[in-house]
Design a protein around this ligand. Structure first.
Ligand code: AMP
Length: 138
């Protein structure tokens, strides 16, 4: 299937839609999930136009995992948890709701976490978590 240039993460990459950003480099952006499954739930996206993991270049995949590593560490420190879950859904059949490659970093366990992409979180609360994550990133 061809890549949808109008998906919400493509708009965030182009600066056409706001996000609560915690990290950015040449190839990736990390920002707060607006319908978090746990406090501190952060998304890591590739800047490359790819829908699923197999669509992503090897270099793009390496860049994403490098950023995911940083975010896992920072989220654990910021949220005061000893563990975090990394989740990546490939295709609508797997529950992927935004057709642009991204990794979820969810503090703690996914088991017993809030439902996926269900409830909007308060923006100020998200900004508070983002500040803590940015501080932890150093
Ligand atoms: P997935 O179902 O794996 O594609 O996950 C998409 C995630 O993006 C969900 O957890 C949504 O809550 C989240 N999401 C959707 N729109 C936005 C947005 N504008 N900013 C931040 N997160 C979003």
């Amino acid at each position: 299937m061809s890549y949808d240039n109008e998906n919400i993460f493509a708009k965030i990459i182009r600066g056409e839609f706001d996000c609560i950003k915690v990290y950015e480099d040449e190839n990736t952006i990390a920002f707060m999930d607006i319908m978090p499954q746990a406090d501190g739930h952060t998304l890591v996206i590739a800047k490359e136009s790819a829908e699923t993991l197999p669509d992503l270049s090897d270099a793009g995949a390496a860049a994403c995992i490098k950023t995911v590593k940083k975010i896992v560490e920072a989220v654990k420190t910021a949220m005061g948890v000893s563990a975090a879950t990394v989740m990546q859904l490939n295709g609508a059949g797997a529950g992927q709701s935004v057709p642009h490659i991204h990794f979820h970093v969810i503090p703690g366990s996914i088991l017993g976490a809030r439902p996926h992409a269900r409830e909007m979180e308060d923006q100020d609360k998200l900004k508070g978590f983002a500040e803590k994550i940015i501080t932890a990133l150093g």
